[in-house]
Design a protein around this ligand. Sequence first.
Ligand code: AMP
Length: 125
Amino acid sequence: MSYTYDDKNIFAKILRGEIPNTTVLETQHSLAFRDLYPQAPTHVLVIPKGAYVSYDHFAAEASEDEIVDFTRAIGEVCRLEGVTLTAGNGFRMISNAGEDGVQEVPHLHVHILGGRPLGLMLTQA
Ligand code: AMP
């Protein structure tokens, strides 16, 4: 079965410049911007510019250039936000996918959270 991408999602609109964002970093294949409802002092979303719904979609179909760019963009955002292990106290990166992952926006994004102790990764819900 192939992946289906809905280009009406909010991050596709951000990429098309139809709605504003607070950009942290833009590279050839990726965009990083602040989450509208931050859960920590650092809460940045990193997305590929390509039409990928989830990390498994991206890993299966993105080019090596896109994968390298996205991976390095995530690292660079951590550096810019001062949450790397060399300059700060660390961070958490999360990428929700699909129904069980409780993904709200169906365009691949990695959350980078930091700037405070984040507690246990999962609690019972
Ligand atoms: P997820 O549940 O992993 O799909 O997360 C979607 C995230 O997108 C949430 O943390 C929202 O706060 C965030 N979000 C929704 N709309 C916007 C927007 N226009 N700009 C920035 N972040 C947004």
